[in-house]
Design a binder for this molecule. Structure first.
Ligand SMILES: [Zn+2]
Length: 170
């Protein structure tokens, strides 16, 4: 399988196989050649059609470093893609963790609200207890007062009966 890629340096279209090798328009393995001493960039390596110059020679011409750059870019792009996918996966895991934590916080808050309600109820009952205790004290003091009054009345009656007996005798 070969992929069609475009060199970024010049708009030159060439095919690079998954093996990293360059193919010409005939789908043949391109020939790696070296520019001669008379060329503008002597010694520069380039790929071209493996057919000898002539009618069947296709238009493939690409410098070796351009191919290398494209391969490097593709490798970097793949590495970035892998990294992106890993980040996406991690993001998914973190999102699931956030949901779990949120539900924990929710249940904790619900427990806290329940505890607060119980605390309020406890305080209310304590206040009621205090009021009842005060009422009991006041009732006890009333009872004491009545009892004291009753004792006085009883003593008065006994005294009166005593006097009565005394006067009846004499
Ligand atoms: Zn060719």
């Amino acid at each position: 399988m070969s992929s069609r890629v475009r060199s970024s340096a010049a708009i030159r279209i060439f095919k690079v196989g998954t093996n990293g090798k360059v193919y010409c328009e005939h789908n043949l393995l391109a020939a790696l050649r070296q520019a001669g001493t008379c060329a503008s960039r002597p010694g520069e390596e380039f790929y071209e059609c493996p057919f000898a110059l002539g009618r069947s020679h296709c238009s493939l011409f690409v410098l070796k470093y351009e191919v290398e750059n494209v391969i490097l870019e593709a490798t970097e792009r793949r590495a970035l893609q892998n990294q992106y996918e890993r980040f996406e996966m991690e993001k998914g895991l973190l999102e699931r963790e956030v949901i779990t934590l949120k539900s924990k916080v929710d249940s904790y808050e619900a427990g806290l609200a329940e505890r607060r309600a119980l605390q309020t109820e406890y305080e209310r009952l304590g206040m009621e207890k205090g009021l009842l205790e005060r009422e009991i004290i006041s009732l006890k003091s009333k009872v004491d007062t009545y009892e004291a009054a009753l004792v006085k009345v009883f003593a008065a009656v006994v005294l009166f009966l005593g006097f009565l007996c005394f006067f009846i005798r004499y």
